[in-house]
Design a protein around this ligand. Structure first.
Ligand code: NDP
Length: 254
């Protein structure tokens, strides 16, 4: 297994790190995705906010507008229903708005049931893979032409500790994160010869969000780091400081 990496020690992003960069964040309405989108905007990016719940996306868009004066594009979409046709529509819509795309943070995921494989329901299995893997592949494939037009572009997939070492009862979620690591490696290898697109995975580790509370209902959330505390790595991988770094698996904590 490849060694997981951390961001450079004492990394200090330039306040203009993402100026003039257009970045798509999936699952931008809540949790880590919400904070990443707002952080990227503070560092100068134009945001495309994709997520399931329109009101949550509206609220992120409003917060970005208040903070930075930037207007973001919102794309309310249920990734559980995202298919090849949706990908074509997404591509057409973004091509009409932007010359290029500088980055994608694939962040949206669902946990699914925490139960043994022996009892794992097939429908949940399919849905977890649909949201966590298939939609990310479709979005990436559709938007590669726009990413290729950028001076340098970055794709960040969100992994998990259970995507690097399997653990009992994490079922399809764990497997979907192993697939995410595979997608990172295959895509990075395919793109490194003929493009300026880097592809990496990131494991945020235990973070105070709704998903973590769902996975560990008896845990005190106050003992966990907030998404804000992880943003240095999210910035490093999204901005030009990670130029040339590709096919690697990063960890907020080791
Ligand atoms: P949350 O559940 O807090 O947020 C997930 C986001 O994804 C929400 O905005 C949610 O939208 C969106 N989403 C979920 N399903 C869909 C769907 N079908 N269509 C569109 N959007 C959808 O998760 P976290 O912030 O905790 O997790 C973010 C990422 O980090 C995930 O990939 C997760 O696997 C990973 N991770 C998290 C850890 C943690 O401890 N929190 C640890 C390791 C990895 P809505 O709010 O509208 O439902």
């Amino acid at each position: 297994m490849r060694k997981s990496l951390r961001p450079p020690k004492r990394y200090q992003p330039d306040p203009k790190l993402l100026t003039n960069r257009t970045i798509l964040v999936t699952g931008a309405g809540d949790g880590i995705g919400r904070v990443a989108a707002i952080t990227y905007a503070k560092f100068g990016a134009n945001l495309i906010l994709l997520g399931r719940t329109r009101q949550k996306l509206d609220s992120v868009r409003d917060e970005i507008a208040e903070d930075t004066g930037q207007s973001s594009l919102i794309i309310p979409v249920d990734l559980a229903r995202f298919d090849a046709k949706s990908a074509v529509e997404l591509k057409r819509g973004l091509e009409g708005e932007y010359f290029c795309l500088d980055g994608i943070l694939h962040n949206a995921s669902i946990l699914g049931p925490k139960t043994k494989i022996e009892q794992y329901p097939y429908d949940d299995w399919i849905q977890v893979f649909q949201v966590n893997v298939h939609s990310a592949y479709l979005i990436t494939q559709a938007l590669l032409p726009l990413l290729r037009k950028a001076r340098d572009a970055t794709i960040v997939f969100t992994s998990s500790g259970v995507g690097r070492r399997g653990r009992a009862q994490w079922g399809a979620y764990s497997l979907s994160k192993f697939a995410t690591e595979g997608l990172t490696q295959v895509l990075s290898d395919e793109l490194k010869e003929d493009s300026n697109i880097r592809v990496n995975s990131l494991n945020p580790g235990a973070t105070r969000t709704a998903m973590r509370a769902e996975a560990f209902p008896s845990e005190d959330p106050q003992t966990l780091p907030t998404p804000e505390e992880h943003m240095l790595l999210y910035l490093y991988l999204m901005g030009p400081d990670s130029l040339g770094v590709t096919g690697r698996a990063f960890d907020v904590n080791n």
